[in-house]
Each structure stands twice: as C-alpha cells, then as structure tokens.
Write a protein that binds this ligand. Structure first.
Ligand SMILES: C[S@@+](CC[C@H](N)C(=O)[O-])C[C@H]1O[C@@H](n2cnc3c(N)ncnc32)[C@H](O)[C@@H]1O
Length: 370
C-alpha cells in the first residue's frame, strides 16, 4: 500500500503533466497546476477522492463549482466563466486560488469525495451524426449511450450541425448550433436530420439536468476560459430540461444487455459511447465487447465508439496506434479520438475506423466509405 506521502507525490506528478496538457487551452489551469504541484496542503485535498479520481481536473472542477455558486472571492477575476472582465493569470493568481481553496477546505473536500469529473460534451455528437443519419434513413433509430453523464448527446436530433462552411443540417430552429471543422476528407452527411424513436443512457452516476446542483457541476467541469463551450452547454441544458433523456443508473457491463433487449424489437439499436472507455480496465473493455456481441445475436445493432486512441474500443483489431499520431501542424497537447464503427453480419463483427476526431468535437477527418 502506498504511504500518504507517496500518494501525494503521485498527485503532484499529475499536476506537473496537467500543466503541460492545459497549456494552450487554459492559461489559468496551466499556471495554477505548476504551483499546486509543489503545494502539499492543496495536493492533500484530493486524498479524499478514490485513487482513480485524484486528478487535477477534479480539484479544479470542485473549486470552479464553488465559484459558480459564490463568485465573490477575488480569485473569480481570473475566471472568464464567472467574471465578464476576467484578466489573464498573473503572479497573484496562485496566492488567491490557494487562499480560496484553503478557506473553503471542508466544502471542497465534500465535493471531491462525492463527485467525479463527468464532462458532457455535445460537440462530440458531430462525429456520430453522419452514421446515425445513414442508419435512420429508412426508420427512426433507438439510441443507447454508455457513459452518458447527463445524456446530452442522446438529444442529437434536437441540435443543428454544420461541417466547415456547409449547410446547417438537423433541427433547423434549434438554439443548439454545433460547428465542426473538417480536416482532410469531409464526412458523408445528408440533409435530413436524425430520427430518434427512443433514447436511453446508462451511467454509474447519471447527472440530472433538472437538478440545479448537477447542472452546475456540468458547467464546473468545463475549463473557465472556454466560454464557447459554456454557452453551448447552457443552451443544451435549456433544451434538455424541457424533455430530459431517460437515464439508467448502473454499470454498463451489468445493465446494458437488459436495457438493449427491452427496446421494442422492430427498432434498430445504435449503441454509442464517447470519452468513457478510459474509465474501463482492459478486462471491462473485453466484457463490454462481449455484451455487445451477445446483443447483436438477438437484435440489429450498430456500435459507434469515439474514444482516445490509447483505449482500443473493439479489441486489438483496429490499427489505433498507426492512427493515433499527431500531425506536424497539431500542438503536442491536442487530444485525438478515433471513431470506431462496428456492425455485425450474422455473428461476425466488422470493425472499422470511420474517422479521426478532436475529443472536444472541434474537427473531424473522415477515414472511409460507410
Ligand atoms: C467523461 S464522461 C463522458 C460523457 C459523455 N459520453 C460525453 O462524451 O460527453 C464519462 C462517463 O462515463 C461514466 N462511466 C464510467 N464507467 C462507467 C461504467 N462502467 N458504466 C457506466 N458508465 C460509466 C462516468 O460516470 C461518466 O459520466
């Protein structure tokens, strides 16, 4: 068992890496991370979380959550999410952040002990749309999302999308407008929207958009400078509150089969997941694939999986390593995802790499014909 000092030094390492990762996306978090990595008292705050959750994002989200609730503290002036006139981080920023965290120590600990980072990024659904459109061309589809968080990507038929400067497609009057840039080959989109007959999300800790604290937590998981993501999230929450998606609480490996087989038999099921398999062990990934194989024996099933390239969605059969290469024009910290698409012919699964995509849905590069 690792000693408390050993655990703190592991957390410190994570902040050192995070400072690098956040550079270019959040000057504030990058700067704070460097100083936090040397601050025993702040690092210790994360010890109340389970080991897998002791990550910089959790401390930052817990502090952000508190500031969204009570924006009076001086550190708020560095948070573009909270202050209209936010300033760039300077030499005062860490001192104020530290003071804010330590004076709210017990409230932060309570959040860190009970919450997980569950960023729900709807721009990721831009990667799924071309395949959903194709499958629903004849009949509306049933969407089943594993690792749904608040289930916002299940509402894909209530958003509109544009790829590069092409036409807007989908729900033409939707307040949720998702712009996705194209790198290389464009995705094969169609003009019609996605027709959804039913939608169910599965999550071990589903977030409820109608609950003010859950909704604020979703905002808190977004980095403060990313105003465009926060605005988009606000508009999605408005849409979601009027008719929230159905969410099932449970471990996907245990409940997915029952959920899928409970869907009316005439509907084609589109199972999808994004930024979720990083939480699975290799054995859990393999078990997930077996559950999907079993469902496909009973039902017509399509499976779309948008995950970071280090997590091999369908087992080792896709050439992820070859695809998971930053290009010369990319920043080293850019995060790539691979969109895998599996279909079954009889009991045989056919796995394909449909696209490479930014894990925050900012761009997509289509890889092959469907
Ligand atoms: C980073 S969030 C991604 C949410 C959403 N898929 C998206 O792309 O916006 C990952 C979600 O997976 C959920 N999760 C992790 N392990 C799970 C499991 N075994 N079964 C169901 N959900 C799980 C977490 O609770 C979390 O809400």
């Amino acid at each position: 068992m690792t000693s408390s000092a050993g655990q703190v030094s592991e957390i410190a390492e994570r902040f050192v890496h995070f400072a690098e990762e956040a550079r270019g996306s959040s000057a504030l978090y990058a700067m704070l991370s460097r100083d936090i990595s040397d601050d025993h008292e702040l690092l210790q705050l994360l010890l109340v979380a389970p080991p897998s959750q002791r990550r910089p994002n959790l401390l930052f989200a817990a502090a952000h959550d508190l500031l969204l609730e009570e924006p009076e503290h001086d550190v708020a002036r560095y948070y573009a999410s909270v202050s209209e006139t936010a300033i760039s981080p300077d030499e005062q920023a860490f001192k104020l952040f530290r003071d804010f965290c330590l004076s709210n120590r017990s409230r932060l600990r309570a959040t860190i002990a009970t919450r997980h980072t569950q960023t729900n990024e709807v721009r990721r659904s831009a990667a799924f749309v071309p395949i959903f459109q194709r499958i629903c061309a004849e009949e509306p589809i049933a969407l089943v999302e594993v690792g749904a968080s608040a289930g916002l990507n299940l509402l894909v038929d209530r958003f509109r999308f544009r790829y590069d400067d092409g036409p807007w497609i989908g729900a033409s009057d939707s307040p949720v407008a998702i712009q996705c840039n194209v790198q290389g080959r464009a995705p094969p989109t169609r003009m019609h929207g996605v027709e959804v007959a039913c939608r169910i999300g599965i999550d071990t800790r589903p977030l409820d958009v109608s609950n003010a604290h859950d909704a604020r937590w979703l905002m808190a998981c977004v980095w403060p400078e990313q105003r465009d993501r926060l605005e988009l999230l606000r508009s999605v929450l408005d849409v979601a509150r009027s008719d929230p998606p159905q969410l099932v609480k449970g471990d996907a490996i245990e409940v997915l089969e029952e959920v899928a087989l409970g869907i009316p038999p005439h509907l084609t099921i589109c199972l999808f997941n994004s930024a979720t398999l990083c939480y699975f062990t290799d054995a859990e990934c393999a078990a997930f694939v077996s559950v999907a194989d079993r469902i496909a024996r009973e039902r017509e099933l399509h499976w779309l999986s948008l995950e970071g390239g280090t997590r091999q969605t369908f087992g080792a059969r896709l050439p992820f390593d070859a695809l998971y290469k930053p290009r010369s024009t990319d920043r080293p910290t850019d995060i790539f995802g691979i969109l895998g698409y599996a279909r079954w012919r009889g009991t045989q699964r056919e796995d394909r790499v449909a696209a490479r995509a930014d894990m925050h849905g900012r761009w997509i590069e289509w890889m092959e014909d469907l």
